[in-house]
Design a binder for this molecule. Sequence first.
Ligand SMILES: Cc1ncc(COP(=O)(O)O)c(C=O)c1O
Length: 452
Amino acid sequence: MEDQTINSELGRADAKDFGEADALALRKQFAYFRQQDERAAAGKDFSIYLDSAATSQRPDPVLDAEREFITLQNAAVHRGTSNAVGEATNRFENARQLVAQFLGAPEPEYTVVWAAGATDALNTIATGISEATAALSVPALGVPGSERLAIHPGDEIVTTEAEHHANLIPWQRLAARCGAKLLVVPVDETGTWSVAAIREVLNSRTRIVAFTDVSNVTGWRSPAAAVVQSVKQLAPNAVTVLDTCQSVPHVPVNIAATGVDFAVFSGHKMFAPNGIGALVGRTELLAALPPARTGGSAITRVSTDSAEFMPPPLRFEPGTQPVSQVVGLGAAIDFISGLDITRLAAYEHSLVEYLVSEINRLNGVTLLGPADPADRVALAAVNVAGVHAHDVGQVLDSAGVITRVGHHCAQPLHRALGITASVRASVHATNTVAEIDAFIAGLKDAKKYFQV
Ligand SMILES: Cc1ncc(COP(=O)(O)O)c(C=O)c1O
């Protein structure tokens, strides 16, 4: 009850800007942060969580929704005829509607397909296209219309050097399997690329253009709508794939307005459970995409030697579904919507502006990505000259500051920037200026300790 009061207070329609006091109130809805704040108040060691880009903490309403479902309503969805199954299926399908609304991807033009996360969703697209290609010689592997997605030798797949491995390796493998050419648009010294650079490689042989909305290393928000426009103009045979893993939790995303064909995200970065995310796609394209994985529930008719598949989304959801995770994701979307993502985005942006300005004051510490924080979302990664990122991470960790160190699943991007690893601080609306100060103090301590 108390939590609901806080939430409605934070999310009231006439609410002013979200500020630090709101962030402190918001923390009260997370057992994780309550524990740390209580430890801090009691003068004990406590942690400062600056690793939301890797995974976010879950608020009580999300955990409560999962728990309530598991303890009181648990049933397999889309199977059987009992009332219990009907109710569970309604919750499961309602969450799908919530995702569609939250991301501006209305039916019937778009369909939301559950996936285990962004990685799974990207593999669903790439493997499905591979199956569509294989179906040119083995028709049983296709679905009606799948030839439109098939890749032919000499076709081109475009991605960028800034991608998370999840949005690179599936395309490498698809290109290798189908005899296509993978064109990787290079980044400049800021780790970003331009629409002009993408336009240079687009042509009628381009079949896929896959890129990230917000980089998990530079935090840069790419000009997605302009890329999609260019693809429509110069590469009419291509589908566009947008990795919205790092944007959906932090800034408003509107898939229809962007015009992208497929978008993917993971729930665990947006206050929701692990093991759930989605592939949101144009329904007509999903209808032509063969399933990457098959089994029960996804079919209409099966004989001992063949199967026919349901239309999307169920075609891509074989097996028993992660229902409590879906319910949790729906609760997370309600939670974020109740707070108003536009307000959260503005607050997080003010934190990132402060983070960038403090990093820029440090000698020997290089900020990855553009210096101007205008297009930066929720994170900043740095290289401390002369100190390995893991060593910096250890100093930060000993001060209780939890960050991500390493290549962040983006080795090509780090290599292009001339480094092997970096230290990343990422924020959510639960963070405060004092926590950023602690990160900056940790960087200074690392420099002092290693005498650089
Ligand atoms: C930009 C980006 N894409 C894809 C992924 C993969 O997400 P998941 O591991 O949840 O599948 C991540 C995870 O860090 C990411 O940051």
